[in-house]
Design a protein around this ligand. Structure first.
Ligand code: 2P0
Length: 330
């Protein structure tokens, strides 16, 4: 009998960044990180467990997945059950893929949850988070909504390196204003980029050494709902991470001219008394954190610097979706 399940997960934006691994095979991080889930943006993934085929079938955003992407999906399914049958996976994002908007995070979180549902394995959330982490590190933070910490863990097998919810989505109603500088695929993928940084950046040891204090500060700021305090440490973590990227050999520069223009807009907003703080990931897009009431003014200001602006709130948990008998997933 064929078993099928569909799951939905939100991407997350790190306020304290993950950049560097202590174990590349298991995706164990060299630094702890903390993120917030983005409402509205999501990945939906359907897994059919047991198909009559010679190989897994992987469809991403309506097209056959590349061999590399399909291999990563198959490897994740093997973690759910090494004795598994062939599977069909259909996944789609409602936001740009691979543009520094953490599409791999929501993708592997949704995949782990849907595969567990389809296989009937009943792993708990922490176990699913540790499984999703092996697909893509940041995915371990997308099993939960709200504010999620990824502790480094100590075990060699990585079972204690998973997400941990610091506060749920309804803890703090802030806005994340996303300035889309460029929606194309990024020039250097995070995986290769962070390995190159660890190998060649002379400042990498300082980055690793200072991350735990940033994490503790961000966690306190989230719990206290103190946006200025969070904004300051978020920008600090962002700039330190991009400094290590820039000083990697060969240099990794995700920023484009409009990235810097957007940063200047944010600094100008602050001079005008509007609380807004920026962060950038492995891509040129800028995400600005502000109070909900300030979001329209922040979005208007940023619209002058970029083509597209999206105002998002804090997203909820990754969930299994009920199958719709009228419109069964194909
Ligand atoms: C983050 N990034 O904390 C940081 C900030 C990018 C910059 O997590 O190799 O796609 O799959 O573990 O999770 C992107 O890294 O890398 C990332 P892998 P992943 O959100």
């Amino acid at each position: 009998m064929k078993r099928r399940a569909t799951a939905q997960a939100h991407p997350n934006i790190a306020v304290v960044k993950y950049w560097g691994k202590r174990d590349a095979a298991l995706n164990l991080p060299a630094v702890p990180s903390l993120s917030v889930a983005l409402e509205r943006f999501c990945t939906r993934t359907t897994v059919e467990w047991g198909i009559d085929a010679a190989a897994d079938s992987v469809e991403i955003n309506g097209k056959a997945g590349s061999p590399k992407a399909a291999a990563r999906v198959s490897a994740l399914l093997d973690l759910i059950d090494p004795q598994r049958p062939r599977c069909r996976v259909q996944t789609a994002n409602n936001f740009p893929t691979a543009a520094g908007l953490a599409s791999s995070a929501s993708a592997f979180a949704a995949l782990a949850l849907a595969a567990d549902g389809a296989a009937g394995t009943q792993f708990n959330r922490n176990q699913l988070s540790a499984i999703a982490r092996q697909g893509s590190g940041s995915a371990c933070r997308s099993l939960w909504g709200g504010w999620v910490e990824w502790r480094m863990g100590e075990a060699d097998d990585g079972h204690d390196s998973h997400g941990l919810q610091v506060a749920p989505a309804d803890h703090w109603d802030i806005a994340v204003v996303v300035a889309m500088v460029n929606e194309g695929e990024k020039p250097v993928d995070s995986r290769g980029g962070m390995l190159a940084t660890a190998r060649s950046c002379p400042f990498y040891p300082a980055w690793v050494e200072t991350a735990p204090a940033d994490l503790a500060e961000a966690r306190r700021a989230v719990i206290a709902r103190d946006l200025e305090r969070l904004g300051r440490v978020m920008e600090w973590s962002t700039l330190k991470m991009h400094a290590t990227m820039l000083t990697t050999e060969p240099s990794i520069r995700y920023w484009q001219p409009a990235t810097l223009s957007t940063v200047q807009v944010v600094e100008e907003l602050r001079r005008q008394g509007i609380g807004a703080w920026y962060t950038m990931d492995a891509g040129p897009n800028v995400k600005v954190f502000c109070e909900r009431a300030d979001a329209p003014a922040v979005a208007r200001a940023m619209a002058g610097a970029v083509n597209r602006v999206e105002v998002l709130g804090v997203g909820g948990d990754a969930v299994l979706l009920p199958e719709d008998p009228e419109h069964p997933s194909p």
